[in-house]
Structures are given as structure tokens and as C-alpha cells.
Design a protein around this ligand. Structure first.
Ligand code: NCD
Length: 306
């Protein structure tokens, strides 16, 4: 079935992901600017802060020869402040653009937008729900770095409760075989029951390991995350979760030489800058891959005219 909106990772099967990754590989080599999407307009509507996601989508559309219209900080600078619903904003914006990238603070907002939009909606994060394009670029990075997406031990660290990227990546591993997940999280931020159930149903083995020193030596992939300050109801819960698991030189000593360390970014202090130069630190390469995966996604959604 052709992809119409990108709302959650469950929309992808293995063949769809392989197709996307092959297209992303091809995007690395295309001339700039391409004319593949010339005449098309992408709207980026962001109700929550973003650096990478918005800029990489906009860079992707420009590289494809398309145009971009944008509202950042839409919670204050769009008509949301006047009381407009996301549905009304999207109904209107779908008359202005050929596709819409939406980031919103409420879980389920992207699905609500997709229900009323006449153009493709791409979920760029819906509160603590999902962040499917990040998970796709994360899995693409794993394949690019390690040469495979099967038979992996992935250690997910940090805020697994509110961190939508970790939630989406965990769900996406259902498409890989022989992969196991290890959750290393403070007691305040466990992986959600919805994700655990989905993993159990799909037969993806997962376990909790509060000791970082026991988890790290087993990892092919370490996926560190930021404790999502903005989503905590209690300041004291945030303060006790923050700073529990920090990766620095001592942690890297425990890693295999072939392991990689990923992070969706932004980082605060959960990865010390002293390990940035270590070749296993893949987080900046990961962020760059976002452009190619998003070019490939836009091309799939808008139609490849070349
Ligand atoms: C993440 C997000 O917004 O969910 N950032 C991103 O898109 N790369 C992670 C975060 O904010 O911690």
C-alpha cells in the first residue's frame, strides 16, 4: 500500500524499511539542487522546540528542489494562541502545502491531523507518543554503521517513559530478527506498558538492567536519551531521574570496540563531551543521516518524478 501519512512506525514493514533505506543511500549521491520535487511546497509546523528535525526536513526539501514554508514556536506564533484547534490549522495548511511536517505537544495530535488533512502529514513528534522519522533514521544509522539491522543487542538508556524516540525505536526493532533490547532507566522513567506489550506480542526479547556496568559490555548499540524535563509532572522526580546514567570515558572503557553510541540529541550532560572524538560515538553522524532519510521519505510521499 502506498504511504500516505507517516504517523507511527507500525505503518512500516520490513520491505518498506528496506526500500526507504535504499532510497536514502541513493540520496547521498544526488546532485544539488535536484529538481525531483521542484514546484512542491513543504510546510513545517512546530508547536514544540526543534533544531535537527525541522532543519533537516527543510534541508531535505531544498536539496530535492522544493520550497518550504514554516512556523516554529507555533504554540505562540500561530493562531493556536487565539484558540485555533490543530484540526483547523491543518485543514487550512493543507491548502497551502503539498505535505506537512507537524510537531505537537499532545500525544495523538499527528493522527488527528492526518484524519483531516488532504495532503501527507509527517509526525515529527507528538508529545510523549512517537517520533517515527527519528526511529527510521536511527535504524538507518545502525545499518550504515554496523552493516546490519538483525542480531543486535540494543541498550536503551535514560528516559524511556517520556522519550518518544526510544519508544519508536523499540517498536521498530520488531522488524528485525534476533534482536534483544536491554532497558537501563531510572525507576521514574520505565519503558511504557504499551511498548512492552507490543514487543512481547512480536516476540522481541527485552529485559531491565539498572546496572550500566553490566549492560554496556553486551551492547552492539547504546542508545542514550535526554531526561525529558518538560514532560515531568513533578520537579523532584525529574531531579532524581536526571544524572542517573552518564556516559563518559569510564563507561566507554566497558564498551566493545565494535559498539556504537547513539543519541537523538539534544544532549544535556548525559554524554560527556570527552568521548565525542571516540570513533564509537555515532551521534553526530546519526544526525546527518536524518537529511538523507527525510529526503527519501519526502520523495516517497510526494511522488518521484525523475
Ligand atoms: C528528540 C525529540 O524531540 O523527541 N529530539 C529530536 O528530534 N532529535 C529528543 C529530545 O528532545 O530529547
Amino acid at each position: 500500500m502506498p504511504l500516505r501519512h507517516v504517523v507511527e512506525v507500525s505503518q512500516f514493514d520490513r520491505a518498506g524499511v528496506e526500500d526507504l533505506f535504499a532510497r536514502a543511500d541513493a540520496m547521498r549521491g544526488i546532485e544539488r539542487p535536484s529538481t525531483r520535487q521542484s514546484g512542491k511546497i513543504l510546510a513545517t509546523i512546530f508547536y514544540e522546540p526543534s533544531t535537527r528535525t525541522r532543519l533537516s526536513f527543510e534541508s531535505a526539501m531544498h536539496r530535492l528542489g522544493g520550497a518550504v514554508i514554516s512556523t516554529e514556536n507555533a504554540r505562540e506564533f500561530s493562531s493556536a494562541i487565539k484558540g485555533e484547534t490543530v484540526e483547523d490549522t491543518i485543514r487550512m495548511a493543507s491548502g497551502y502545502a503539498d505535505a506537512i511536517v507537524l510537531r505537537h505537544h499532545e500525544q495523538g495530535a499527528a493522527a488527528r491531523a492526518a484524519a483531516v488533512s488532504t495532503v501527507p502529514i509527517i509526525n515529527a513528534g507528538d508529545g510523549p507518543g512517537e517520533h517515527p522519522t527519528q526511529a527510521l533514521l536511527d535504524l538507518y544509522t545502525i545499518r550504515h554503521e554496523l552493516g546490519r539491522i538483525d542480531d543486535l543487542t540494543i541498550v536503551l538508556i535514560g528516559d524511556l517513559k517520556y522519550g518518544r524516540t526510544a519508544r519508536s525505536l523499540a517498536l521498530l526493532t520488531r522488524l528485525s530478527t534476533g534482536t534483544r533490547l536491554i532497558f537501563v532507566n531510572p525507576p521514574e522513567t520505565p519503558m511504557g506498558a504499551d511498548i512492552r506489550e507490543a514487543l512481547a506480542e512480536a516476540g522481541v526479547p527485552f529485559s531491565e538492567e539498572p546496572r550500566l556496568d553490566l549492560a554496556l559490555p553486551r551492547a552492539d548499540v547504546v542508545y542514550q536519551t535526554r531526561v525529558q524535563k518538560e514532560r515531568f509532572a513533578s520537579e523532584s522526580d525529574f531531579l532524581s531521574a536526571k544524572g542517573t546514567y552518564i556516559l563518559g570515558r569510564a563507561a566507554y572503557e566497558l564498551l566493545r570496540p565494535s559498539a556504537i553510541v547513539m543519541h537523538p540529541l539534544p544532549r544535556v550532560d548525559e554524554i560527556a563531551t570527552e568521548v565525542d572524538a571516540d570513533s564509537r560515538s555515532a551521534y553526530f553522524r546519526q544526525a546527518h543521516n536524518g537529511v538523507y532519510v527525510r529526503m527519501a521519505l519526502l520523495d516517497m510521499l510526494l511522488g518521484d518524478r525523475s
